[in-house]
Design a protein around this ligand. Structure first.
Ligand SMILES: [Zn+2]
Length: 411
């Protein structure tokens, strides 16, 4: 039986110091730090009051395009899709996807990411990305929990083969049904794609995650259809709408009186990708808008919001470093969220709120749960966001992936 004690840490949303014990890879106890540590022979790490948090969860990512580093001269979503299409036709192989995704996962784990929901492009008839990422999912199972979304990047009605390809990908064992209604040729095709994708997900008992209304069009309304299908089929909590950048441009009356109550009542999760949204959006307006869904308004309506990366060195975004603190910081700037509570909420948006959005345990630091955690040099979420340093230690299933640094010697 392996056991260890994490002595004297702070926890998000708690005051005071805590001790956590681990037995056989699971938390055994979470208690206020005692005056005297028991002399019970358990290996004890004195962590000096630093922040111990749930792991980072990246609720929206693309492992098949990561690290391709394709140029995008206009900085638009459309050029990104075109350049990725060309790359798929001319260069993509299963080995290529496997190699890039594996390299990225090594970096992600070192930076504290222990779960990734990755969309996988299923528009390519060879389904090379699907095969490669199924292998990556399996090989990384014990270190990073990877969920794969069947994502019809070019559109569900782009060709008459798209539905068959999506079904084939799901047959291979993908976890989530994806869609991109705003990218279909007409709004009506977008609406129909949502309904059909719900049928498919319902038949298979799978959750759904849409790239939804990712445009500067204030009249893009597919999130309405997603909300209504979720309500009608009683799938509250099982459906994510990602991006919804159109909501940054909408008429405030419609947003507040119609859309937000509809989304809240349906129980949708919103995943915002602050860096990508502000980079790809707002090109056709002057002055340029922020192009990110108004996080505060969604939260105030009672909607769970997660922030995610989306891209890292790919056709849509040339930067990125598997860094979810940077994502939360961008959310704070673009969302006018610098209050103490708001910053704590943004820290949760890349940890526990993100976990909830993709169906994982939103309260993993409690007895009986797998002992997965991050240790920061900072003492609390605000300071972690301010300093923007990667975690100094990473714990996975009760084992140190990166061990804590030795305590500073008294000067
Ligand atoms: Zn995406």
């Amino acid at each position: 039986m392996s056991s260890l004690r994490l002595h004297h840490v702070s926890l998000p949303d708690h005051s005071g110091a805590y001790d956590l014990t681990v037995v056989d890879g699971h938390w055994q106890s979470v208690e206020p730090t005692p005056r005297v540590v028991p002399d019970d022979g358990v290996r004890t790490f004195d962590l000096g009051g630093r922040l111990l948090s749930a792991p980072f969860v990246d609720a929206h990512f693309h492992l098949d395009s990561v690290l391709t580093r394709l140029p995008n001269q206009t900085g638009t979503l459309r050029e990104g899709i075109e350049n990725w299409g060309k790359y798929k036709r001319e260069h993509l192989s299963a080995e290529d996807v496997y190699r890039r995704a594996t390299t990225y996962c090594e970096r992600a784990l070192a930076h504290g990411i222990q779960a990734i929901r990755s969309h996988v492009d299923v528009s390519d008839p060879r389904l090379l990305g699907v095969e490669a990422l199924l292998q990556v999912r399996e090989e990384w199972r014990d270190r990073i929990q990877i969920q794969l979304v069947a994502f019809p990047q070019d559109g569900f009605y782009a060709t008459d083969k798209a539905e068959a390809l999506l079904l084939r990908a799901l047959d291979r064992g993908l976890d989530v049904v994806g869609g991109i209604p705003h990218h279909e040729r007409t709004a009506e095709l977008g609406r129909r794609s949502v309904v059909r994708l719900f049928d498919i997900a319902e038949e298979r008992g799978l959750p759904l995650d849409f790239h939804c209304d990712e445009s500067d069009d204030p009249h893009s309304r597919h999130v309405e259809t997603v909300a209504e299908e979720t309500r009608r089929r009683q799938l509250a909590g099982r459906v994510v709408v990602s991006h919804v950048t159109s909501s940054a441009m909408m008429d405030p009356y419609y947003l507040h009186r119609k859309l937000l109550p509809l989304v809240a009542a349906a129980g949708l999760h919103l995943v915002v990708n602050p860096r990508i949204n502000v980079h790809l959006g707002g090109h056709f307006h002057h002055p340029a808008p922020r192009a990110m869904a108004p996080i505060k308004d969604f939260l105030a309506a009672g909607i769970n919001v997660a922030c995610a990366q989306d891209c890292n060195e790919d056709p849509w975004y040339p930067l990125g470093d598997a860094d979810l603190l940077d994502v939360a910081r961008m959310g704070a700037h673009l969302g006018h969220m610098m209050g103490r509570e708001e910053l704590a909420t943004l820290f949760a948006s890349v940890t526990t709120r993100a976990a909830r959005a993709i169906g994982l345990d939103p309260e993993p630091l409690r007895p009986g749960q797998p002992a997965d955690a991050l240790l920061f040099a900072a003492p609390d979420p605000l300071e972690a966001l301010r300093t923007a340093e990667h975690p100094v230690a990473v714990l996975r299933h009760g084992e140190w992936v990166i061990p804590p640094p030795p305590p500073a010697s008294p000067s």
